[in-house]
Ligand binder design. Structure first.
Ligand SMILES: [Zn+2]
Ligand SMILES: [Zn+2]
Length: 274
């Protein structure tokens, strides 16, 4: 591949696009009404540019769960989560810069057996990350195929709402924010009480005892009863005490299952009677 071809990264949503010599005409993810084009219009960057003053960072969220992101933050400053395993962990979500030190750290912790994602806003450079980690398979829901801006042979699309990722880790496609919005259940999380990894499929409030279910967080559009009830029905079956969303320092640290149910009741009550 000539040096002039590289994936372009959208500055606002951090999604990468199929390698090309010049930037794409637009970013369909940002032009979608759930996101937004930045105030200065569509802007692009790429790995070499980001590498000048940024690096991959990681921080243990709890034993066995590594948060991985970029500093200084890019776009919505998302961070991914690695459920570690000696035979290869599960990497949930993308982030827009995986440098050599980041690859070394992930491999030191057992590497990655599979990459999944909460939804397209957190894909980041998911394909480039997969290539750097040894062409690790990426499993994405068929329902969101149109939102992958860098189609690649490492990506395997699946149908249905469930994926067994091995060693007890499972992916559940709840829909809501996107048709393919998903979360991961990690039974060994929270000291064996179980944890949910949600991106913004379930989104923590500033008060970390409450969550929300948004169609668009940046544009403040809530989901309705059908979508909220579906998320609750699917998560009710899972044992969990903690919830990690897609950002540093965010999540519900204990009693999460009851707090998610109380949050849904609060929202549905306001929607009905408000
Ligand atoms: Zn974008
Ligand atoms: Zn989103």
């Amino acid at each position: 591949m000539p040096d002039t071809l590289h994936p372009w990264i959208c500055v606002t949503c951090a999604a990468e696009f199929t390698p090309s010599a010049s930037p794409p005409a637009s970013c369909p993810i940002c032009e979608d009404p759930r996101q937004y084009v930045g105030a200065n219009g569509q802007q692009w960057t790429h790995e070499a540019e980001l590498s000048k003053d940024r690096k991959t960072i990681w921080h243990e969220e709890e034993p066995g769960l590594l948060g991985i992101g970029v500093e200084p933050g890019v776009a919505i400053n998302q961070r991914a989560l690695l459920i570690e395993h000696p035979e290869g962990g599960v990497l949930f979500d993308g982030f827009p810069l995986l440098d050599e030190a980041g690859v070394a750290e992930i491999n030191r912790r057992g590497g990655v057996r599979g990459i999944v994602a909460s939804h397209p806003h957190l894909y980041g450079t998911i394909v480039t990350n997969s290539i750097k980690l040894g062409n690790v398979p990426i499993y994405l829901p068929e329902a969101d195929r149109q939102w992958l801006m860098y189609p690649h042979e490492n990506v395997q699309f699946f149908s249905g709402d469930f994926l067994d990722l091995g060693h007890g880790v499972t992916l559940h496609v709840t829909g809501g924010h996107f048709d393919g919005s998903a979360l991961v259940h990690w039974p060994e999380g929270a000291g064996g009480k179980g944890a949910l990894l949600t991106g913004d499929t379930i989104f923590t409030g500033n008060d970390k005892n409450w969550v929300s279910f948004m169609w668009s967080t940046p544009n403040r559009v809530n989901l309705g009863p059908r979508a909220i009830n579906k998320i609750i029905a699917m998560t009710e079956k899972l044992d969990y005490d903690r919830l990690h969303d897609g950002w540093w320092g965010s999540g519900v640290m204990e009693g999460a299952k009851a707090k998610v149910a109380a949050s849904a009741n609060r929202i549905l009550n306001i929607q009905q009677n408000g």
